[in-house]
Ligand binder design. Structure first.
Ligand SMILES: NC(=O)c1ccc[n+]([C@@H]2O[C@H](COP(=O)([O-])OP(=O)(O)OC[C@H]3O[C@@H](n4cnc5c(N)ncnc54)[C@H](O)[C@@H]3O)[C@@H](O)[C@H]2O)c1
Ligand SMILES: CC(C)=CCC/C(C)=C/C=C/C(C)=C/C=C/C(C)=C/C=C/C=C(C)/C=C/C=C(C)/C=C/C=C(\C)CCC=C(C)C
Length: 463
């Protein structure tokens, strides 16, 4: 996980836990990811920036200068981001205050807001294989290539992994939600589980409550939806005319595919002792990077935290992009058979590329499809999140938290700045600040608000 460090301003998981009086013990991951790429290109992204750059330049000595220039430009943006107090960019008193206190940093971010990582990489790098490597660097966090990945998001992940680092919460990532929930309850909040919202209640065009599938209704001054914008406006507000803002959003962004996930328990001896925790595998053909089932993600959390599995066992979480269309309309028997077949192919590829004997070492296996994602996360088509339809203008087209419906706010990965736990946590921080201003807990200027919201709405139409 990003966001777990004890320094800077981007450690949003640490900050969220602290806000409710919790802290989790973490284990630093020495390697963010080990790439296994075409032409046997193997690159380990070491926690130490210098070691990573040394490994990359060893593979591409003729591009040393380009590599340094590209990643240095990322650091410029990361340092600007990391210097700001992160609050709502839709709240003018805060936004203008930041421009006043940190003009250079804010102008840097405003300059890069409409730009994408692939264009900047091409300014410095010519080697097509190295440009494909930058595509893979972006793909693992955005599910699209570098030319479609906003430069601000790319800089955040390409640098924070060396600044705050990647850290694993002891006991597993599920502990983050559990700690947060415990902290919230201890601070007086109430959380309803198994509460399936089927619609948002409107009164005179204003959002005033929610209705659950069991018929219960809840009313509030403010409604915040963490469902995707497609679900919020397509299902929870079904029958209402789609607001112009949302039509624009859907013009610029489509739903990214979902994932096929395989969770396995294996005998420990099948993995060499120095195996890294995270791997990304694309064997032969760069053109398959973005194709369904083309590339394989693999996490082995027991490499960092042995307590997660019984002694002598490791956990493998293997996943690859997969569209829901491949899994729709199949009779149960065919669905089960297809899961086995597709999983078997993926496991065979890993056996061939990384771990000989993998198949015979399996002691437990469970396969989830896009339908599993849809069911458990209630995400339309099980989507991983928004993906630009064409080349985007960086982050310019991403909507913030306020919506065209008075009293209704959106958070999550279909809001600015997009996918990723830190991105999603930032959208939560922004939303909390905007709501606090709107209900009178923070300073607010209605005149400036109206002007800024109009300006931001207009900027989005340029994307
Ligand atoms: N670091 C990693 O390895 C990793 C792995 C996977 C995902 N992620 C990130 O996590 C992010 C997901 O964040 P998010 O918060 O936007 O999405 P989310 O899908 O995780 O959260 C939405 C929550 O809302 C609930 N929900 C949806 N509709 C509902 C309804 N009608 N009624 C009640 N509850 C409902 C869902 O059950 C879910 O718990 C993604 O962007 C992704 O990048 C990171
Ligand atoms: C408003 C206007 C107009 C202007 C102004 C200017 C300014 C001031 C601006 C500002 C801006 C800002 C602040 C921004 C921010 C941003 C952020 C925070 C971002 C973030 C991001 C993040 C991200 C993207 C992340 C991501 C991550 C991810 C997705 C991850 C994932 C992972 C996975 C999947 C795993 C892997 C594994 C393997 C490889 C195995």
């Amino acid at each position: 996980m990003f966001g777990f460090s004890d320094k800077g301003n981007l450690n949003l998981i640490t900050q969220a836990l602290e806000a409710v009086g919790c802290k989790m013990q973490v284990i630093p991951d020495p390697t963010t990811v080990h790439f296994h790429l075409p032409s046997n290109l193997s690159v380990r992204v070491h926690r130490q920036y210098g070691e990573f750059i040394a490994e990359l330049t060893k593979n591409f000595p003729h591009e040393k200068e380009g590599i340094l220039k590209f990643y240095n430009e990322c650091w410029k943006i990361f340092n600007a981001l990391n210097s700001l107090e992160l609050k709502s960019l839709e709240e003018p008193i805060y936004l203008f205050g930041q421009f006043f206190q940190k003009p250079l940093e804010c102008l840097t971010l405003a300059y890069y807001l409409p730009q994408n990582a692939g264009d900047i990489a091409r300014k410095y790098i010519k080697d097509p294989q190295l440009l494909s490597f930058i595509d893979a660097e972006c793909f693992i966090v955005s599910t699209v290539n570098a030319l479609q990945t906003p430069m601000i998001n790319a800089s955040m992940v390409l640098c924070d992994r060396h600044f705050g680092g990647i850290n694993y919460p002891v006991g597993g990532v599920g502990g983050i939600a559990k700690s947060l929930a415990k902290g919230l309850v201890e601070n007086g909040s109430e959380i309803l589980y198994k509460a399936n919202v089927t619609s948002i209640i409107l009164a005179q065009g204003k959002a005033v409550g929610v209705k659950l599938s069991d018929g219960r209704e809840f009313f509030a001054k403010t409604i915040v939806s963490n469902a995707t914008r497609w679900d919020t406006f397509g299902k929870l507000l079904k029958g209402e005319e789609l607001p112009k803002e949302e039509v624009n959003f859907q013009k610029v962004y489509v739903k990214a595919p979902s994932f096929l996930s395989i969770h396995m328990g294996v005998k420990a001896e099948v993995l060499p002792p120095d195996t890294d925790c995270h791997h990304f595998v694309l064997e032969n053909d760069w053109s398959r990077l973005e194709e369904p089932y083309g590339s394989i993600f693999l996490s082995i959390p027991t490499m960092l935290d042995a307590s997660l599995a019984p002694e002598g066992r490791h956990i493998l979480h293997i996943f690859t992009t997969s569209p829901i269309e491949d899994w729709k309309g199949l009779p149960l028997k065919d669905y089960e058979a297809k899961k086995e077949l597709v999983a078997d192919e993926i496991i065979s590829r890993l056996e061939k590329k990384l771990f000989p004997g993998l198949k015979s070492s399996i002691v437990f296996k469970e396969v989830g499809t896009p339908k599993t994602h849809r069911r458990y996360l209630a995400r339309d088509n099980g989507t991983y999140g928004p993906m630009p339809r064409r080349t985007p203008k960086g982050l310019l087209g991403m909507p913030f938290n306020t919506t065209a419906i008075h009293g209704l706010y959106c958070v999550g990965d279909s809001c600015f700045p997009g996918q990723g736990v830190i991105a999603v946590a930032f959208s939560g921080v922004m939303c909390a600040h905007r709501v606090a201003a709107d209900i009178g807990l923070e300073k607010k200027s209605p005149v400036l608000d109206a002007a800024l919201l109009r300006l931001l709405g207009w900027l989005r139409t340029l994307a």
